[in-house]
Design a protein around this ligand. Structure first.
Ligand code: GLA
Length: 730
C-alpha cells in the first residue's frame, strides 16, 4: 500500500518508487506539510522542524501562550485565509456576514483503491496498475465550509496528483474568490524555478531563474493556457542538472486561466500555490454545493531528465486516451502552408496524389474550405462547404481522397465566430462581449460563449453532423484568439466571475461527448499553434500542433522547451517549405526532416512543386519516420545539449524502451570555423550490450556513455544528421 496513516503520530506517508510525501495532523488539527522528496525509510520528518518565536507572525488563539506556533511560518497542505498566514493563500472566500476569513482543521480521512476522478474536469486515470487515493477532509466551523484534499499516488510512475473540493456545508451562499488546486511547500533549500514562457510562433521557451524573496507569478488571463505562460513549472535545486539534483514538477491539468504563485518567504521557505487564476474569478457556492478544482500533477525526480521521463510516461499512458493513445500516428500532409485560403479541389487533389506516391497516409484540409472563407475576416461559425471551391462538396472531395488510398482530416475552429457569418447574424448574443461596449477584435473574430448550454448543444450537433455525414478520421481543432470581454448573457451579474471557468467545463464536456461518440477520430489540438498545449487538452486530443512556426531552427528551441513536460507523441511537427514562411530562413530538407521526426510527423507544403530529388528524399523520410516512431514515441528522450542559448548546436537522443536501439540527433545552428569537434556522451544505453554505430564502428554501451561519440564535421546551412545505434549482441 502506497499510503499509510500512523495513528500515534497522525502522520500520512505517501510512497512512490523513489519518492516520499509526508504530512501530519498537528495538535490543533492543522494539516502540516512535512516532506516531499526522495525516500527516507520509515522516518517521520517532523524531526526536521523547529519553531522559533518570530516577531509579527502571530499565534492562533488556542496557542496564544506558545509564540513559536504560527500559521505564518508553518508548512501546510492547503492554507487558511485571513487568520494570520500572510503568505500566498490557497483559497479566499467571502461569507454572508461579510467576513473573509476561515481556518481549516482536520475532520477525517479515507484511503481508497484506484484513482479518484474529478466531476466535469479531465484528470489522470489508472489502467488497473497500483494507484491509491487519499482524501483528507478539513473543515472550518465558523464558516461552515469543508475542503476535501485529494491525493492520487501512482507509485510506479513516481507521480502524485492533487486536487481539492470545496463544499458549502452551511445554509448561506459562499462566494469563492480563489480556489487553488494545491499548496506545496519546500521549507528548506536553495531553489531555482524553470518556467516556459513564449509568444505566438515561439512557445515554451525555457527560462531558469533563482527564486528571489517575494512572489513569482506564472499566469494566463487570456482564456487559454496560452503561448505566453505554460501551466507548468519546475522548482529545482540550484545545482540541479539534467542528471542529478532534486527537481519538482508542478503541472496543472487545465486549459483556461491559470496562476502559479511561488513565494520565497522571510524564513527562506518556498510555497507553491497553483490552480485556476483568481483574477476576475468569483464563484457562487450554494448551500450543499461543491466546487472542484482542476488537477495538479506532481513529480519529484533526481535530475531534469528523470523528471521529464516521469511526465512523458504518465501523459502517454495515463492522460492521453482512446484509439490513438499508443498506436501509430498517421503521417499526414496539411495544405495550410501550401495554399492558405486559396483552395480548389484540383489543387488539393494534386497535393494528395503526390502525397500518396510518397507514402503519406492522411490528408488534412485546413482553413478556407467553408462558406465565405476567403480570408480570415468571415465565415467562422458556418461550417458548410464552399461549393465554389469544392464543387462536389466535402463528401465528393473525401471520396476522391479516399479513392487515392488516403484518409481524410478536417480543420475546424468551432469556438469562434465572425460577425460576417449566418451564425452571428442569427445569434449575436452567443458571442462573448460585455454590454454596451464594442469588443476587442482579434483576427477579426469573436469567441462564442461556450458557458451557454445552447452554444454547447449547437457545437455538438454541428461537429457530430460533419463527422456523421463524412468519412473524416482526423479533426484539427483550432482556437485562434485569446478571450477578452468575458461576459455571458445567461448568467446574472454577480455570477459573471464564473463564466471563464464554465467555458472550460463545457469545452471539456463537448470534447468528452465527441470523443466518446467518435472513438476512431484522431483529434489534433491547436490554438494558433501551441497556445493551448496543456495536460487538460491532451486528455482529449492525443496530439497538439506545437507551433505555427515551422522553421526547423526555431522549432529546435520550441520542441526542446516543450520536451520538459510533454512527450514527443503529443508534439505535431511538420516539414514545411524552404525558405520558411515564418522566418524566411533556408534550410535543407534533411534538417527539416530530422527536427519533425521528433514528434508526430507530417508535411505542410505544396508537394506538387517539388523536384524529383526532393520527392525521393521525402519518400525515404516517411519510411524512416515509421521505423523510428516506436523509438521516439515509446522510448526515452535525452537532451544532450545545453538549454540551447549558449551552444552552436542542438543534440538529443531517443533510446527505445528495450534499450536495443537509439537514435542520436544533431542540428548545427551556427557552424563555426576551425572549431573543436562536437562530442556528446550518450545516455540510457545498456552498459554491457554491444552496439553498432551507423556503419562506422561497434562498441559497448558504457563506452558510448563514458567515452561518448564525436560527430563528423558538419558545415554549410544548418546541417543535421541522425546516428543509428543498434544493438548487435543478441
Ligand atoms: C492557426 C493554425 C494554423 C492554421 C491557421 C488557419 O494559425 O495554427 O496551423 O490552421 O490557423 O487559419
Amino acid at each position: 500500500m502506497s499510503i499509510r496513516f500512523d495513528e500515534s503520530t497522525k502522520a500520512f506517508t505517501l510512497e512512490t518508487k523513489t519518492g516520499c510525501y509526508q504530512m501530519k495532523v498537528d495538535e490543533l488539527g492543522y494539516l502540516q506539510h512535512l516532506y516531499y522528496g526522495p525516500k527516507v525509510g520509515q522516518t517521520n520528518m517532523s524531526y526536521a522542524f523547529r519553531t522559533y518565536d518570530h516577531g509579527f507572525s502571530g499565534n492562533p488563539y488556542d496557542m496564544r501562550l506558545n509564540r513559536a506556533y504560527s500559521l505564518d511560518s508553518m508548512a501546510q497542505e492547503y492554507t487558511s485565509f485571513g487568520v494570520g498566514d500572510f503568505r500566498v493563500t490557497s483559497i479566499r472566500a467571502s461569507f454572508a456576514d461579510g467576513s473573509r476569513c476561515a481556518e481549516f482543521r482536520y475532520e477525517s480521512h479515507e484511503i481508497l483503491d484506484g484513482k479518484y476522478a474529478i466531476p466535469g474536469l479531465p484528470s489522470v486515470y489508472d489502467n488497473g496498475e497500483e494507484v491509491h487515493t487519499l482524501v483528507v477532509t478539513l473543515k472550518d466551523i465558523a464558516a461552515n465550509i469543508k475542503i476535501k484534499l485529494y491525493y492520487g499516488v501512482f507509485a510506479e510512475q513516481d507521480i502524485i496528483t492533487r486536487a481539492a473540493e470545496i463544499f458549502n456545508s452551511g445554509s448561506d451562499i459562499v462566494w469563492l474568490r480563489k480556489a487553488s488546486s494545491m499548496c506545496l511547500e519546500l521549507p528548506f533549500g536553495k531553489w531555482d524555478m524553470m518556467h516556459f514562457h513564449g509568444r505566438h510562433c515561439m512557445e515554451r521557451q525555457p527560462e531558469r531563474v533563482p527564486l528571489f524573496h517575494g512572489i513569482h507569478t506564472i499566469v494566463s488571463g487570456r482564456g487559454m493556457s496560452s503561448h505566453q505562460h505554460n501551466p507548468f513549472v519546475i522548482v529545482c535545486d540550484r545545482e540541479a542538472t539534467e542528471d542529478t539534483g532534486a527537481c519538482y514538477g508542478v503541472m496543472l491539468m487545465y486549459s483556461g486561466n491559470h496562476k502559479t504563485e511561488i513565494e520565497r518567504d522571510q524564513f527562506e521557505g518556498v510555497r507553491i500555490v497553483t490552480g485556476i487564476s483568481d483574477d476576475r474569478f468569483r464563484w457562487e457556492l450554494k448551500p450543499g454545493a461543491s466546487f472542484h478544482t482542476p488537477e495538479v500533477i506532481l513529480t519529484c525526480a533526481n535530475g531534469l531528465t528523470q523528471l521529464s521521463h516521469n511526465y512523458h510516461r504518465l501523459i502517454r499512458h495515463n492522460v492521453v486516451r482512446g484509439t490513438y493513445k499508443l498506436s501509430h500516428r498517421p503521417v499526414l500532409i496539411n495544405n495550410w502552408e501550401a495554399t492558405y485560403f486559396d483552395i480548389t479541389e484540383e489543387k488539393i487533389l494534386s497535393i494528395a496524389e503526390k502525397a500518396k506516391e510518397l507514402g503519406i497516409e492522411l490528408f488534412v484540409l485546413d482553413d478556407g474550405w467553408f462558406k465565405n472563407r476567403n480570408d480570415d475576416n468571415a465565415g467562422l461559425g458556418d461550417w458548410i462547404p464552399d461549393t465554389n471551391k469544392l464543387p462536389n462538396g466535402l463528401g465528393g472531395l473525401i471520396k476522391k481522397i479516399n479513392a487515392l488510398g488516403l484518409r481524410f482530416g478536417l480543420w475546424i475552429e468551432p469556438e469562434m465566430v465572425n460577425e460576417d457569418s449566418d451564425l452571428y447574424r442569427a445569434h449575436p448574443d452567443w458571442a462573448m462581449r460585455a454590454p454596451n461596449r464594442a469588443p476587442m477584435m482579434s483576427r477579426n473574430q469573436l469567441v462564442l460563449d461556450l458557458s451557454r448550454q445552447e452554444v454547447l448543444d449547437y457545437l455538438y450537433e454541428t461537429i457530430a453532423g460533419l463527422l456523421e455525414k463524412n468519412n473524416i478520421t482526423y479533426i484539427k481543432w483550432d482556437f485562434n484568439r485569446s478571450i477578452s470581454d468575458v461576459y455571458s448573457h445567461s448568467f446574472p451579474s454577480p455570477r459573471q466571475g464564473e463564466v471563464a471557468h464554465r467555458y472550460y467545463l463545457n469545452l471539456y464536456k463537448l470534447y468528452d461527448m465527441l470523443t466518446k461518440r467518435f472513438p476512431l477520430v484522431l483529434f489534433e489540438g491547436c490554438a494558433g499553434g501551441g497556445g493551448r498545449f496543456d495536460a487538460g487538452m491532451l486528455a482529449y486530443s492525443p496530439q497538439i500542433w506545437c507551433s505555427d512556426n515551422t522553421d526547423p531552427i526555431s522549432r529546435l528551441k520550441i520542441q526542446y522547451g516543450t520536451s520538459f513536460a510533454y512527450p514527443a507523441c503529443t508534439v505535431c511537427a511538420h516539414v514545411s517549405a524552404s525558405p520558411n514562411h515564418q522566418t524566411g530562413r533556408k534550410t535543407p530538407l534533411s534538417t527539416r526532416g530530422v527536427v519533425a521526426m521528433s514528434g508526430s510527423f507530417g508535411y505542410e507544403l505544396d508537394l506538387s512543386l517539388l523536384t524529383d530529388e526532393d520527392c525521393a528524399e521525402i519518400k525515404e523520410q516517411v519510411k524512416r519516420y515509421k521505423e523510428l516512431e516506436p523509438i521516439v514515441h515509446d522510448g526515452k528522450l535525452y537532451r544532450l545539449s545545453q538549454t540551447g542559448d549558449s551552444t552552436h548546436y542542438y543534440s538529443w537522443e531517443y533510446v527505445s524502451a528495450d534499450q536495443n536501439r537509439a537514435v542520436l540527433n544533431i542540428v548545427v545552428t551556427n557552424p563555426l570555423a576551425n572549431s573543436a569537434p562536437v562530442h556528446v556522451r550518450l545516455k540510457g544505453l545498456l552498459p554491457d550490450a554491444v552496439y553498432r554505430i551507423n556503419d562506422e564502428f561497434e562498441c559497448n554501451g558504457s563506452a558510448l556513455m563514458i567515452g561518448g561519440y564525436t560527430f563528423p564535421r558538419l558545415t554549410g546551412d544548418y546541417p543535421a544528421i541522425q546516428v543509428d545505434i543498434i544493438r548487435i549482441d543478441r
